[in-house]
Design a protein around this ligand. Structure first.
Ligand code: G6P
Ligand code: ZN
Length: 580
């Protein structure tokens, strides 16, 4: 514990648990802003101020309703394995006991992916779960740290709760910690009981429950047969983050792919110095390993996940499956290739507004509704709770279904393996149907949605606002725009379940040639503003379309959009920082 009692006015008091409770005086700390991804900070901020974490956790417990609500309840606790998580877990256990929780279920070494926590919360009838993660942001003393709360259904906290937490952080004057006498051993599974069982810490295997859930969704026998084929092999890059534990057990042992199928499998507190974001830039080693011009033994299938295991990237030998194509293809195959959907059928599908529209054409063909939501998983979970959708995806490498209320990286990988198993079920060795063939067949049937994203990171926030304001002027009909543009509109979403309205969700530009460009400011950047521009151009099926070069096809649309928004002029950048 790193609290410095000298600077606090402590008193002991006996609360419901009968474990000695220390009450620490504190005061509000600025910078505890909390959104649906929780609170994210530079790790050094937490390490240098021992009240930073307790202030936030006490504010969370107070916002949930305090001891009268927490009393007797269970909390799930886990995280992505980054530096400071183990320290934080000890503090949270002590605070959970002091604030009335009866039980905390914590992953061994405080490790649990976001999807695993989301699955455990309803399964163990917990009040909610705390996830120690800053997702794909780099970790370590110089990196980022984060904490978020998911509610009883397993979904991320909605804005009303995150606003309430923040409000509490601005008024806080004390926090409570139980005194266990020593740290609780989180390195091995088992139960530690305090005050004759009034407070229990249950350290669990992080993978077991999640794996049991996946077994009930997918046909593991079919997946094992795929793995056993001599003409198939796969590589999963865990990027030294939380999914290493899961991948070794699920792909390596359970499906029989072997340990060599998992790269960077050891979770490390600094993610090995890397940036665990599964995309073409940050998972470049995996991309190279799948490239037959660089690796003669390139496997048939490759995938990666992010720090906390909710994002995914799908690759075939020499081919990248864009997230927009990935969710469309999963939806197309779901009912025949994945038993969970074979039983339930496809109810409806959803994509976030900036995500290219490949999914729409699958929905149309299947005769199921398609929902089109603002960026952020919470819009999907509302639709799931109402039974309106059971598959959804986002361009930001998030894909999942209603089996949990979060996006799920390993689930998406198993969905793709299921598609490969289905296509190859009767195929002789040597006749393997590849990821590329599945992608080409999809384009031949539905047409191809060329898509591209430009990110301009760490730009001046005021400049980025002005650029957006100018575009809003076009949407409002005040600022004129070029003849090639058909329409400029601002995206507003009315939730079909609760009727709430989300406005200011980005600018959509439609061109006369059928192109679409979306402009929005990132909600997750940590420095200045990040301008994201999403380009999309649909081409109906044709013989030469599959072989077209993405950058050639998009060239005119890109320059038209950059001119329209006067990007270089407003933000003083000649080129984007990342292209995906
Ligand atoms: C988080 C959310 C996603 C969302 C993404 C957008 O990862 O969980 O649902 O798509 O942020 O990030 P951005 O930086 O584009 O706002
Ligand atoms: Zn994540």
């Amino acid at each position: 514990m790193s609290q410095t009692p000298q600077s606090h006015d402590n008193q002991s008091s006996a609360l419901a648990t009968d474990i000695p409770v220390l009450v620490y005086k504190t005061e509000p700390i600025s910078g505890q802003t909390t959104g649906t991804s929780g609170m994210r900070k530079k790790t050094s901020v937490l390490v240098s101020n021992p009240s930073f974490l307790p202030n936030w956790v006490q504010s969370l417990f107070d916002a949930l309703g305090g001891p009268s609500v927490l009393s007797g309840r269970t909390l799930i606790l886990g995280g992505d394995g980054r530096f400071y998580n183990k320290t934080a877990a000890q503090t949270i256990l002590r605070m959970a006991a002091a604030n009335g929780f009866a039980r905390v279920i914590v992953g061994r070494n405080a490790l649990l992916t976001t999807p695993a926590v989301s699955a455990l919360i309803p399964a163990r009838e917990a009040l909610g779960g705390i996830i120690l993660t800053a997702s794909h942001n780099p970790a370590g003393l110089d990196g980022d740290w984060g904490i978020k709360y998911n509610t009883g259904s397993g979904a991320p906290a909605l804005q009303a709760l995150t606003d309430a937490i923040y409000e509490k952080t601005q008024k806080i004057f004390e926090y409570k910690l139980a005194d266990f006498g020593a740290d609780i051993d989180l390195s091995s599974e088992g139960i530690t009981s305090f005050a004759e069982g009034k407070f229990v810490v249950e350290v669990i295997n992080p993978v077991d429950h999640y794996l049991t859930m996946l077994r009930s969704i997918f046909d593991f026998d079919a997946l094992r047969e795929l793995m056993a084929r001599p003409d198939f092999s796969m590589l999963f890059d865990a990027m030294h983050a939380s999914t290493g534990e899961y991948a070794r057990v699920i792909f390596g042992i359970e499906l029989g792919a072997g340990f060599r199928a998992v790269l960077n499998a050891d979770p490390k507190e600094d993610f090995g110095g890397g940036h665990p974001d599964p995309n073409l830039t940050y998972a470049a080693d995996l991309v190279d390993a799948l490239d037959p011009t660089k690796n003669a033994d390139a496997p048939q299938f490759g995938a990666a996940s992010d720090g906390d295991g909710d994002r995914n990237m799908i690759l075939g030998r020499g081919v990248f499956v864009s997230p927009a194509d990935s969710v469309a293809i999963i939806a197309d195959y779901a009912s025949k290739a994945i038993p969970y959907f074979g039983k339930k059928g496809l109810k409806g599908v959803a994509r976030s507004m900036p995500t290219a529209s490949a999914l729409d054409r699958v929905a149309e063909e299947k005769g199921v509704p398609l929902f089109y939501t603002p960026t952020g998983w919470k819009y999907f979970t509302n639709l799931m709770d109402a039974g309106k959708i059971n598959i959804c995806g986002e361009e930001s490498f998030g894909t999942s279904s209603d089996h949990i209320r979060e996006k799920d990286g390993v689930w998406a990988v198993l969905a793709w393996l299921s598609i490969l198993a289905f296509e190859n079920r009767d195929k002789e060795v040597g006749q393997f149907v590849t990821v590329q063939e599945i992608l080409l067949a999809h384009w031949r049937k539905y047409g191809r949605t060329f898509n591209l994203r430009y990110d301009y990171e760490a730009v001046d926030a005021a400049d980025a606002e002005l650029l957006m304001l100018n575009l809003k002027g076009m949407a409002a009909g005040i600022v004129p725009y070029a003849e090639e543009i058909r329409r400029v509109l601002e995206f507003e979403y009315k939730d079909p379940v609760d009727g709430s309205v989300a406005s200011n969700q980005g600018i959509i530009v439609q061109t006369r040639t059928g192109g679409r460009v979306v402009f929005r400011l990132s909600g997750t950047g940590s420095e200045g503003a990040t301008l994201r521009i999403y380009f999309e151009l649909y081409e109906a099926p044709s013989a030469d379309m599959p072989n077209k070069d993405l950058n050639v096809v998009m060239k005119d649309l890109v320059s038209l959009a950059l001119d329209l928004a006067r990007v270089e002029e407003f933000i003083d950048r000649k080129a984007p920082t990342v292209i995906t």
